[in-house]
Design a protein around this ligand. Structure first.
Ligand SMILES: *[C@@H]1O[C@H](CO)[C@@H](O)[C@H](O)[C@H]1NC(C)=O
Ligand SMILES: *[C@@H]1O[C@H](CO)[C@@H](O)[C@H](O)[C@H]1NC(C)=O
Length: 192
């Protein structure tokens, strides 16, 4: 009997506490997620990363003074802003379907293992994914050319809201002198 009273009292106290907390000064509500069926979309496009010329799509915005050689554009610590075009095919005049905007940083002290880390939003500006984008936050081991390399998709907007997945990247073409590259992106996107 006594323990029942204690239990009841405890339950009442808890109710009071919960009621009080709902009076807090900001809105917050948690409920079971009504998950829709997860879908998977595969999409292929080419990304043009151009560092050379009068109209580059990748520009160095910072670099370290202490590591590597200051004259090496891609030395460890170099940070680039990008507005790379995404196209249907690898050719320069191929139909543009979007753009990849964000940054990448040269992230390996060992330049024989040249690696960038990407923070980018790859957005579609035409077709059924117009207005949607996939968010990439990933290491990109550029030097690992044996086979395809892979980067992580950690989110998205529009049709790709809450996305996760990965992109298999293959270098279609690279100019070792300028760093200009055309890359094939095969994205596998899980989303709702
Ligand atoms: C950066 O490096 C250059 C060349 O080594 C040097 O002349 C310059 O003083 C350095 N700047 C700073 C802020 O350390
Ligand atoms: C893509 O979406 C934008 C914004 O909604 C719209 O202005 C534009 O006309 C669309 N482009 C195509 C090709 O559908």
């Amino acid at each position: 009997m006594k323990s029942e009273i204690i239990t009841l009292c405890f339950a009442l106290c808890l109710t009071v506490a919960v009621t009080a907390s709902s009076d807090s000064d900001y809105y917050g509500k948690t409920k079971a997620a009504n998950l829709r069926e997860e879908k998977v979309t595969r999409v292929r496009f080419y990304l043009h990363d151009t560092l050379s010329g009068k109209n580059p799509s990748a520009v160095r915005i910072a670099h370290a003074n202490l590591t590597g050689r200051a004259d090496s554009a891609v030395g460890f610590g170099s940070l680039f802003a990008i507005d790379d075009s995404l196209t249907v095919g690898p050719e320069k005049d191929s139909k543009e379907i979007g753009n990849g905007r964000g940054m990448y940083v040269s992230g390996s002290k060992d330049m024989s293992k040249f690696t960038i880390v990407m923070y980018a939003d790859l957005a579609f500006t035409t077709g059924k994914f117009n207005g949607s984008s996939i968010s990439v936050f990933s290491r990109n081991p550029v030097a690992e050319e044996a086979g395809e390399r892979e980067i992580a998709i950690v989110g998205g907007r529009g049709r790709f809201r809450m996305a996760r997945g990965f992109v298999k990247i293959k270098t279609h073409q690279i100019d070792m002198k300028t760093g200009d590259a055309v890359l094939r992106y095969d994205a596998t996107v899980y989303h709702y």
